[in-house]
Ligand binder design. Structure first.
Ligand SMILES: [Zn+2]
Length: 275
């Protein structure tokens, strides 16, 4: 696939997320939803506060719901969709200033003051709010669990759109080299970044493969079932060292077990760049 196209797509994604955050009702709602997610601190990935108890711990949450995350992507069972996403739907900036990175006890999360990385989808304009990691991956693809999964979380008017990118061990990634320089972080620790990076590079490697789309939930309590998931089949390559640098600042195995589909369909979008 044309590299320029890939870059354009990635940049577009990044741009979408920030536009909506600091204006009108949409922005307020967005911040409220996200802070609600942040204040839920009692849960964990193991022991008495582990994923199997999330629904009990968070009575008001969707954690015991029917459309939960994550799932196994069975690529041979997916229904093919064409012309669903176009290159013009993605609007990513050439460079995005990352404000800070935090170890919140559950993951490593990079935040922005503002950005203009957006994705338009199904009538919504989704702005990138943050990105974070899981090690190993939460999604499995045909039963395969990857060493790392990157989540790029976009938001618009009460709905989320998340890109899930798998990473496998191989050549080092330039983007991960940049991100890794601010690690490691102790639990609860935040570091100021205030440096710009072309975030689309992280997606660039995998955007020319298939995408798998399904309706699911937020990855952590309150497990809100308002997420359009896009799982990229083709993993990006990162070095063993880069995986280690991220993993040591996160809880061991910060993933939730595979959830039942309960009749949900997985849509295959292929190929993204030529639609
Ligand atoms: Zn996540």
């Amino acid at each position: 696939m044309n590299k320029l196209l890939s870059i354009t797509i990635l940049l577009s994604l990044i741009l979408i997320s920030c536009n909506n955050s600091n204006k009108n009702k949409k922005g307020e709602h967005s911040d409220k939803e996200l802070s609600k997610q942040k204040t839920t601190e009692q849960w964990s990935y193991s022991g008495e506060f582990g994923p199997e108890f999330w629904a009990q711990l968070e009575k008001e949450s969707d954690c015991g719901g029917q459309y939960q995350y994550p799932i196994n992507i069975n690529t041979t069972n997916s229904e093919l969709i064409t012309n669903d996403i176009k290159v013009s739907d993605f609007h990513y900036e050439k460079a995005t200033e990352i404000q800070s990175v935090k170890n919140n006890g559950h993951t490593i999360k990079y935040n922005f003051i503002s950005n203009e990385n957006t994705m338009t989808y199904d009538g919504g304009k989704y702005l990138l709010k943050q990105f974070h990691f899981h090690s190993p991956s939460e999604h499995t693809i045909n039963g395969v669990r990857y060493p790392l999964e990157l989540h790029m979380l976009h938001y618009d008017n009460g709905e989320y759109l998340v890109f899930a990118i798998m990473a496998q061990q191989g050549d080092p990634s330039e983007t991960f080299e940049f991100l890794g320089q601010f690690l490691s972080l102790k639990q609860g620790e935040t570091k100021t970044v205030n440096k710009s990076q072309q975030l689309s590079y992280a997606l660039n490697e995998s955007i020319d493969g298939a995408l798998y789309n399904y309706r699911g939930s937020l990855t952590t309590p309150p497990c809100t079932e308002k997420v359009n998931w896009f799982v990229l089949e083709k993993p990006i390559s990162v070095s063993e060292e880069q995986i280690k640098i991220l993993s040591i600042s996160m809880p061991i195995n910060n993933y939730r077990d595979i959830q039942p589909l309960n009749g949900r369909k997985i849509n295959k979008i292929m190929p993204l760049a030529t639609n």
